[in-house]
Design a protein around this ligand. Structure first.
Ligand code: NAP
Length: 241
C-alpha cells in the first residue's frame, strides 16, 4: 500500500515543494488549498478548501478520519499580514488564528489516532523563526507561530514511545509567494537572509523525528543566541527594530 501524505497549502511555495519532494519519495498525495487551478498541476487527490472556515476544516477532518491511511500530515497553509493590530482588518487577523491554530489542531486530531494505532506516522507543523520573535506590526503572526512551537512541543511529549513523530519546521525568510501575498517588499531584507523553498523542505524531510528543524546555519546560530536572552532584553531589542 502506498504511503499517504496530506499537505495543506500545496498550491504554492513550501507546500508545493513538499508535494514535489514527497511524490519523489513515493508518497501518494492529498493536497489542500483554495486555488483549484493551482492544485490541478499536482498528481494526487485534490481537496479545495478554505481552512480558515470551520465547516471546511471539519469536512476535511472527517474525510481524513474515515480513510484511516494517512502516514504524514504537513500543516503548512499560512499567510502573513502587516500593520498594527489596532488598525489591521479584523477579518484577516481572525482568519490567521483560525488557519494557523484551529485548523492545525483539528487536522492533527483527525490523523493522530490512526497513526498511533499503526505505530507509525509523522506530523510536520510549519512554524517560523518568527515563532521565537515578537514584532510590532506582526503580532498575530508571531503569536500563532509561537503557539505552533508550543503545540508541537506538547505533542512531542505525548507521542513518546508511540512510533509517531512531530516536527516544528522553523524557516527564516524563504522565496515563495508569502511576501507577495503579504504585500511586503523582499528587498527590505538582505539577500543573505533568504532561503530557497527546495532547501527548506529537504532539511525538513532529512530530519523527520527531530522536534525543531531550523534550516540554514545562520538561523541556527541566531536562534541559539536569541533564545538564551531574557524576555526583557529580547523585547528591548525588538522595540528598537
Ligand atoms: N516564506 C517565508 O518567508 C516563510 C518563513 C517562515 C515560515 N513560513 C510559513 O510557511 C508556510 C507556507 O507559506 P509559503 O511561504 O509557502 O507561502 P505561499 O507561497 O504564499 O503559500 C501559502 C499556501 O497556503 C495556502 N493558504 C493560505 N490561506 C489558506 C486558507 N485559508 N485555506 C487553505 N489554504 C490556504 C495557499 O493556497 P491558496 O491561496 O490556494 O489557498 C498556499 O498554498 C506558512 O505557514 C508560512 O507561515 C514562510
Amino acid at each position: 500500500m502506498q504511503k499517504v501524505a496530506v499537505i495543506t497549502g500545496a498550491s504554492a511555495g513550501l507546500g508545493a515543494e513538499f508535494a514535489r519532494q514527497l511524490q519523489g519519495l513515493g508518497y501518494a498525495l492529498l493536497v489542500v488549498a483554495r486555488r483549484e487551478e493551482r492544485l490541478a498541476a499536482i498528481e494526487g487527490e485534490r481537496w479545495v478548501a478554505d481552512l480558515s472556515i470551520e465547516a471546511e476544516v471539519e469536512r476535511l477532518a472527517l474525510h481524513l478520519e474515515s480513510r484511516g491511511d494517512v502516514m504524514m500530515l504537513i500543516n503548512n497553509a499560512g499567510f502573513g499580514t502587516q500593520g498594527y493590530l489596532a488598525e489591521a482588518a479584523i477579518a484577516g487577523q481572525m482568519a490567521m488564528h483560525r488557519l494557523h491554530v484551529l485548523a492545525t489542531v483539528r487536522l492533527t486530531r483527525a490523523v493522530l489516532p490512526q497513526m498511533i494505532e499503526r505505530k507509525a506516522g509523522t506530523i510536520v507543523n510549519v512554524s517560523s523563526v518568527a515563532g521565537f520573535a515578537r514584532s510590532a506590526n506582526n503580532v498575530s503572526y508571531c503569536a500563532t507561530k509561537a503557539w505552533t512551537n508550543a503545540f508541537s512541543e506538547g505533542l512531542w511529549l505525548e507521542l513518546q514511545g508511540t512510533g509517531v513523530t512531530v516536527q516544528a519546521l522553523c524557516p527564516g525568510f524563504t522565496y515563495t509567494e508569502f511576501h507577495d501575498v503579504m504585500g511586503s517588499d523582499r528587498a527590505k531584507h538582505p539577500k543573505w537572509m533568504w532561503l530557497n523553498a527546495g532547501f527548506v523542505v529537504e532539511e525538513s524531510l532529512a530530519n523527520l523525528g527531530k522536534l525543531y528543524v531550523v534550516p540554514g546555519w545562520k538561523y541556527k546560530v541566531f536562534l541559539a543566541l536569541w533564545t538564551k536572552l531574557p524576555a526583557w532584553l529580547r523585547l528591548r531589542v525588538e522595540a528598537r527594530r
